[in-house]
Design a protein. Sequence first.
Length: 313
Amino acid sequence: MGSTHRTASRKLGVAKKLTKISRRATLPGALLVNDLPLLRHIPEWLPWFSYKPLARRGHDLGQELINEPIKFVKTGMLNGTAQPSLALEQLQELEKLSGTEREEAEKVMVGAIGTLYTAGVDTRVQDELDAVTGRERLPTFDDRPKLPFVEAVCKEILRWRPVAPLAVPHATTKDDVYEGFFIPKGALVIGNTWAILHDPEIYSEPDVFKPERYLNLDGSVRDDPTLTVAFGYGRRICPGRHLVDATLFIVVASLLSVFNVKKRQDAGGAGGSSEYTYTGAHVSRPNPFPCTIVPRDKRAEELIISDTMATGS
Ligand code: HEM
C-alpha cells in the first residue's frame, strides 16, 4: 500500500511537471519554432533558441511517465505483489513470446498502456482546486484569484459555444462607413458573435475547447477584450454579465471540485463535439446529451453531504 501510494504521488509529480512544460511549449506564440519548424535545425547554443532543453526535458518526463507504471508492475511480478491490472495481464501475455517479436510487442504495449495512463492524468482543474481547498471544503469566491485555470475554463465556455451567437439586432443611429461599405442611419446591423469568437486569427483552433489560450506563460489569466461580444454590443450590452461571471465561476469551481463529469460509456461516437447538437441561433444551448456526473470519490461524497447539511438544501 505504502509503495503504491508513493509511486502514485511520484507519477502525479512527473505528470504535473510535464503538463507545465507542454503548457509552455504549446501556448500560441510561445515558441517561434512551432510557427517556423525550420528553426529546429538551428543549433541550440544560439540565443533565443533555448526551447531544445525544454523539449528534451519534456521528452524525458514523457518517457518516465510511460515507462514507470510498467516498471512498477514488473517489480510487483518479481516479488509477488502485483495487483490484477491490464499491465499485468499484458506482461503475462508477453512471456509467451521471445526475441525481436517480444521486444516489438513490449514496445507497443508500453506505449499503449502509458497512453491510457497519461490520458487520465490531465485533471488540471481538479488539481488546481485541490491545491487551494485541500479537499477540506468547497471553493469560495475568495479563492478566485488562486484559481486561474478555473477562470480560463469559464472564459472558454463563454467563447467556445456562445449563448447568443448572433446577439440581438441593432440599428445605426447615424450614417457610417465600415471597410468601404456605406451603412445608412437606421440600418439593421447584426453582430456575428459566433464568427468573432471563432476567428482563427484571434483564437487558434477555434473549435477546440482550449482553456490554456487564456493563460499567460506564468500561469496568470490573460485578459481578452474581444470576449465581451459574448454579451452583445454597445450601450445595450447585457447588464447581467457580471452576475453570469460570478455564477459561472462558482458553479464550475464547485461542481468540478467534487464531481467527475464524463461522456456516458454507452453514448457511442468518438466523443467529438460534432455529435452534440444545440438549439437555434438566437439563444443557443445544448440539446439533451448523455453524460455521467458522479462524485469523484468518498471524500467528495462527504464534502457534498456536509455542504448540503450546512446549507439545508
Ligand atoms: C451566459 C449568460 C448570458 C449571456 C451570454 C447573455 C447575453 C446577452 C446578449 C448578447 C444580450 C444582447 C445585447 C445587445 O443588445 O447587443 C443580452 C441582453 C440582456 N441581458 Fe443577457 N446574457 C446572459 C445572462 C443574463 C442574465 C443572467 C441577466 C439578468 C440577470 C441578463 C439580462 C439581460 C438584459 C436585461 C438584456 C437587455 C439589455 C438591453 O437591451 O438594454 N442576461 N444578454
